[in-house]
Every structure is written in C-alpha cells, then in structure tokens.
Design a protein around this ligand. Structure first.
Ligand code: NAD
Length: 335
C-alpha cells in the first residue's frame, strides 16, 4: 500500500525499512507533523501512518478522505488524537499498536520514581561540580510505601509487578479491575481513597473525556502532603497550572512526567537554539523536585521493533480486506 508516514524520525525509518521487505509497502517518510496545513501532503496516498502528536480531528480526516486516504495507521497505542466517530462516518479504517512493550513504559515510570526519590538528577550534577555533600539528597525507602496506580491495564499491571518487587503496598483505581493485579495483592479502592492514602500516585489510564484533568486542584487537595505524582500516560490527564500551585506550596513533593498537555509544539524536536515560549512548561523547569522526559517512556529498541512489525502487519491486513484485530472501532469510544 502507498503510505505517507508523518512525524518520521531517523529511528522510525530504520525500523520500518528493515522489516518492510517482507511486506513491500511503499512508504514516503515525511518529517512534518500531520496538521490541517500539512494534510495536503497525503494527496495520492491510500494510508497515513501517524504518531502521538499528529492531529487527526474531523477537519483533517475529511481533507484526507477527499484526497483518497482510507486508512489511518497509528504507530502507538493511544488514539485520543483521532476523531474516531468522524473516521467511522467517512468509512476510514483506524488501526493501532495496542501493546508493543508495556515493560518499556513501566520501567521508565519506576525509573522516574527512583530518580525523584533519591534525587539522582541533582546528585549527578553535583558530582560533576566536585560537590560531594549529601545535604538535600535524602530519599525514602520504597519498601512499605503506598503507591496508587490509576489504570491497571497492560502498563499499570507491569508497574504493579515491578513495585511489588520493591515491597510497596499497592492501591489501584480502575473501572475494570485486573485479576492478575488482584492476585498479586493489589487492592482496588475508590479514586478518593487512592488519592488520600498514597505516597506515590502514578497514572496509567487512557485520555478520554472522563479522565481529562483527573488530577486537578480538587484531586491534589485530597492527596497526602508531599505526595509524588508520576504521569507517563497522556499530558492532559493532569491540569498543569494546578499542579504547579501544588508544587509551589509543597502539597506536591515530587513530579515526574514523560508527557505534557501542550507537548505537541515541543517534544521530539531539538529546540536547544530557540526560546521556549510556553511559560507553564518553563515554570516546571525551575523546580528542583520535577523531572521531565520528552515522551520517551516507550523508546526502547524492543518496543520500536514491535511497533514497526505490528504497524506493517496492520496495513497488510487492511489492504487484503482481512479483519484486523488492532482496528479501533466505535466500541472503543463508547462509555
Ligand atoms: P490499556 O488499555 O491496557 O489500559 C488502560 C487501563 O485504564 C484499562 O485497564 C482501563 O480499564 C483503565 N481505565 C479506563 N478508564 C479509566 C478511568 N476513568 N480511571 C482509571 N482507569 C481507567 O492501556 P496501556 O497499554 O496500559 O496504556 C495506558 C496509557 O499509557 C495509554 O492510553 C497511553 O496514553 C499511555 N502510553 C504512554 C506511552 C509513553 O511513551 N509515555 C507509551 C504507551 C502508552
């Protein structure tokens, strides 16, 4: 199939090219993000292959459909950036990679917790300056601490497995509890109980209308003073200005994020020679107890291999008119 791949980086091309000879798809690799302006580049293609910050709202989808695009192949699990209802109305198929490596994201999540807790980022900077003092670097034992996991699907389950190894007490909130988690001793509680009891809160639910700003001022006020908040899921799960207020008065003791609500204009690009115009993001950078990574939790070689394999197979299945088990349907967005 002729596919226009948007938001392509060198590593995407490397993995897709190395596996595509078995499939023989015809890829055009475009560095630009898919937006209303760049949708014109999809003229003449049957499919677009897109990533987390490409925009596929109703207007872009209608434009793509007019240009002959009938397939959206997501190189990620989340599909919050695609207007699924409009795609369905246009007869456009949407496929995704529902699971490539939950381990990659879960391990990065726990990595953020450990860096924040033991202040490894600050220790690294100090040692390079010849400062070997320990003042300000004190952490806490993970063992015995209560971690609240919001969303216990594939990634949340892996996070629970890793933290079980640390001897943490695990609380979870998920409308669909996971038996594997229950069997390992995870206790399902209400969101309020999770927020009031947890020393660390970590987010692993999808971004949907019900989870938009699930962590806002009201939620922060329920949390233990000095709580650690981790978000490796989607930026808009947290209300960043509210979290900044929480950090300023100490209600939030640590913040680790791999995602940011307005990341579309920042992440995945080298902006080191430019002025960052996002004042909210810039404020986050001033806190010593905040760690930010640029949506890299998924980024392991194992995960990239799996993303390329599944995406190529998804496109092949749709091309042959076969049922694709990774198709996103209206079922996925019904509440
Ligand atoms: P999943 O579908 O396996 O699990 C999501 C879980 O969230 C499910 O158990 C679901 O029941 C639960 N859930 C739904 N609504 C909820 C609510 N209102 N409150 C609490 N829980 C709710 O998905 P997954 O593979 O575990 O991925 C989770 C999220 O991680 C994705 O939606 C994506 O946004 C994010 N993600 C981030 C990266 C990254 O690189 N940072 C990579 C992959 C995925």
């Amino acid at each position: 199939m002729r596919v226009a791949m948007f938001s392509t980086k060198s590593y995407d091309k490397t993995f897709f090219e190395s596996l595509n000879n078995t499939y023989g798809h015809d890829f055009t690799y475009l560095e630009t993000r898919l937006t209303r302006q760049s949708a014109a580049l999809a003229e003449g293609y049957k499919a677009v292959c897109v990533f987390v910050n490409d925009i596929l709202d109703a207007e872009v989808l209608r434009d793509l459909a007019q240009k002959g695009v009938s397939l959206v192949a997501l190189r990620c699990a989340g599909f919050n950036n695609v207007d699924i209802k409009t795609a369905h109305e246009l007869g456009m198929k949407v496929v995704r990679v529902p699971a490539y490596s939950p381990y990659a994201v879960a391990e990065h999540t726990v990595g953020l917790m450990l860096v924040l807790n033991r202040k490894i980022h600050r220790a690294h900077a100090r040692i390079r300056e010849g400062n070997f003092a320990l003042e300000g670097l004190m952490g806490f034992d993970m063992r015995g601490k209560t971690v609240g996991v919001i969303g216990t699907g594939k990634i949340g389950q892996c996070v629970c497995e890793l933290l079980n190894g640390f001897g943490c007490r695990l609380l979870a909130y998920d409308p669909y509890p996971n038996q594997v988690c229950r069997d390992m001793g995870v206790e399902y509680v209400s969101l309020r109980d999770l927020l009031t009891q947890s020393d660390i809160v970590t987010l692993h639910c999808p971004l949907m209308p019900e989870t938009y700003h699930i962590i806002d001022d009201t939620a922060i006020r329920m949390m233990k003073p000095g709580v650690m908040l981790i978000n490796t899921s989607r930026g808009a799960l947290i209300d960043t200005p509210d979290v900044i207020e929480g950090l300023k008065d100490g209600r939030i003791g640590y913040l680790g994020i791999d995602v940011y609500e307005e990341e579309g204009d920042l992440f995945f690009e080298d902006l080191s020679n430019e002025v960052i115009k996002d004042d909210v993001f810039s404020r986050l950078l001033t806190f010593p107890n905040v760690i930010i990574t640029g949506h890299q939790a998924f980024f392991t070689g194992d995960a990239m291999q799996s993303i390329a394999e599944t995406t190529l197979a998804n496109i092949a299945a749709i091309e042959k008119g076969e049922t694709c088990e990774n198709e996103v349907t209206l079922e996925h967005i019904k509440d």
